[in-house]
Design a protein. Structure first.
Length: 125
């Protein structure tokens, strides 16, 4: 395996290993343990590339840094407004609702995503 594809493998593995929806900086800190001389720029470029290929998902919620998700199937998110934690939820619209939204707006829906904001169980205590 070339160095480049090895780097990409490790970055992919790192994103897939967690459900905390980390940002590039967190991933960089983890990957550095295995590849001490890797740069944040390289990590970021690979994350973009992996997201572009559909191996991972890039989440741009709010104006903060992008978060990365190892889960690529259709699912949505809860975001805690206190600690910023992002959690997965399984929820999908009925196909007739998607069709209706498309029809009413003369729009062809190709995908959709929801973020529910609130306060997580850790912060509510
Ligand atoms: Zn919280
Ligand atoms: Zn997710």
């Amino acid at each position: 395996m070339s160095r480049k594809s090895e780097q990409r493998e490790i970055i992919l593995k790192t994103v897939k290993s967690t459900d905390i929806h980390p940002d590039a900086d967190w991933i960089y800190q983890q990957v550095k343990k295995e590849i001490p001389d890797i740069s944040l720029g390289t990590v970021y470029r690979n994350l973009k590339l992996l997201a572009g290929k559909g191996n991972i998902r890039q989440l741009d919620i709010d104006n903060g840094p992008s978060h990365f998700d190892g889960r690529t199937d259709l699912h949505h998110h809860l975001k805690c407004i206190k600690c910023g934690r992002i959690m997965d939820i399984d929820y999908s619209l009925k196909s007739e609702d998607i069709e209706r939204i498309g029809k009413e707006n003369d729009f062809s829906v190709t995908e959709y995503s929801f973020v529910f904001y609130g306060i997580c169980s850790r912060c509510i205590k």
